[in-house]
Design a protein around this ligand. Structure first.
Ligand SMILES: Cc1cc2nc3c(=O)[nH]c(=O)nc-3n(C[C@H](O)[C@H](O)[C@H](O)COP(=O)(O)O)c2cc1C
Length: 369
């Protein structure tokens, strides 16, 4: 299984992945009784189901501290490289990402942890590099969060050192702005000496430039009304990569609610993004951005928007509706989507039975053999 990691070892023109399943409640800040608990048995069941039915990847969130509220949104989370390693051992074809905070992981240790995961999965480990976001997570670790631009400079040194450990046979030194490493060796190399797929989701100019220079994939946001703008962005970003001799794939993220009828799907979506929201956790996400009722006149409006913003692009409807929306995303030149579900186990069978065959008929995916 050494062929092409970009392709995630299959010919699917549009890749599908599940995003956020290592965290309690996934990405939906909800109080529903069926909300995702992210216990190991559920993660394992989800991964096996996704693997057997032909999903392409699992993308976890690097999260260290929950957002409080009655549900403590994302308060229970598995560390992602070890989560990936366990799931790779239980699956056969799906790619599993680790979402790794560069500043929190010593590069020598991280390089080997990821290689271990990669050997367990026979070459199916992939890396999502994150540079830092929520301040309390860093306070908890005792590691100071750098200024924004410096975070990406650090990450560039971090991943460059790791790529060398993954490929060079002779001992080497790294003497750069942030790293001082001597006589570095690292064996074994990644599975069959082929480098893991690397992605990043930075939205700032520094983040986008980091992905262009160091990654194989980039996560952008997709907005239905702006399909042409998404198309232009993807084309120009890929062209920019080519101008520096690189290739990059653009992915997006969202949340799927697929039900036998459009009405059922819309009612469910409406419920968990309004009455079914854990608003105390929403308050905390706003407080982290220094937005409070005291300093924000339209606080209640902002508060209503957060559960929607948090889940990314909503893809809601019958299997026909969902297939059609995914085809529009593909039409913008986007390679694939990582989406969340309220419950990753109970909602998967309908997707496997009704959605995947529709995407196969549309020529976006192939049936698994
Ligand atoms: C699809 C996606 C996944 C992300 N996953 C994480 C994550 O797991 N942990 C994290 O701290 N940040 C995560 N982020 C945040 C980004 O890495 C990035 O910091 C954020 O989009 C802000 O961009 P900037 O760093 O360029 O300012 C994610 C963002 C997106 C769009």
């Amino acid at each position: 299984m050494t062929a092409d990691r970009h392709q995630m070892y299959n010919n699917n023109k549009f890749k599908l992945g599940l995003f956020g399943a290592n965290c309690s409640s996934g990405r939906a800040i909800n109080t529903l009784p069926e909300r995702w608990r992210a216990d190991w048995e559920s993660c394992e069941t989800m991964a096996k189901l996704a693997d057997e039915t032909g999903f392409d990847f699992l993308l976890p969130i690097g999260r260290w501290k929950g957002y409080g509220g009655p549900t403590n949104f994302q308060g229970t989370t598995f560390e992602t490289i070890t989560w990936a390693t366990g799931l790779l051992a239980h699956t056969k074809r799906i790619t599993v990402f680790g979402t790794v905070h560069a500043p929190l992981f010593n590069p020598m240790v991280a390089a080997k942890q990821m290689v271990t995961a990669d050997h367990v999965g026979h070459g199916r480990f992939a890396l999502n590099i994150v540079v830092g976001w929520n301040e309390p997570e860093f306070q908890m670790s005792g590691i100071r969060q750098r200024d924004h631009g410096d975070r990406y400079d650090y990450a560039a040194e971090w991943i460059s050192a790791i790529k060398r450990m993954w490929s060079e046979d002779e001992p080497f030194d790294v003497n750069s702005t942030y790293l001082d490493m001597h006589n570095v060796v690292s064996e074994p190399k990644p599975f069959a000496r082929s480098a893991p797929l690397i992605i990043n989701a930075g939205q700032s100019p520094a983040g986008k430039s980091f992905a262009l220079n160091h990654c194989n994939g980039f996560f952008t946001s997709f907005r239905e009304l702006d399909v042409n703008r998404s198309k232009e962005f993807v084309a120009s970003y890929k062209a920019e990569a080519r101008s520096i001799g690189r290739e990059i794939d653009v992915y997006t993220q969202g949340h799927v609610v697929c039900r036998p009828t459009r009405k059922e799907a819309e009612d469910y979506f409406h419920y968990f993004t309004t009455e079914g929201v854990d608003f105390e956790a929403v308050d905390e996400t706003l407080r982290l951005k220094d937005i409070t009722r005291a300093n924000t006149p339209d606080y209640d409006e902002r508060r209503k928007q957060i559960p929607l913003m948090n889940i990314g692009y909503p893809i809601v409807g019958s299997p026909d509706d969902v297939a059609e929306k995914l085809a529009r995303i593909h039409g913008a030149g986007i390679t694939g989507i990582g989406f969340s579900l309220v419950n990753y186990v109970t909602e998967l069978p309908l997707l496997a039975q009704e959605l995947l065959p529709r995407l196969e008929k549309m020529g976006l995916r192939e049936a698994i053999k």
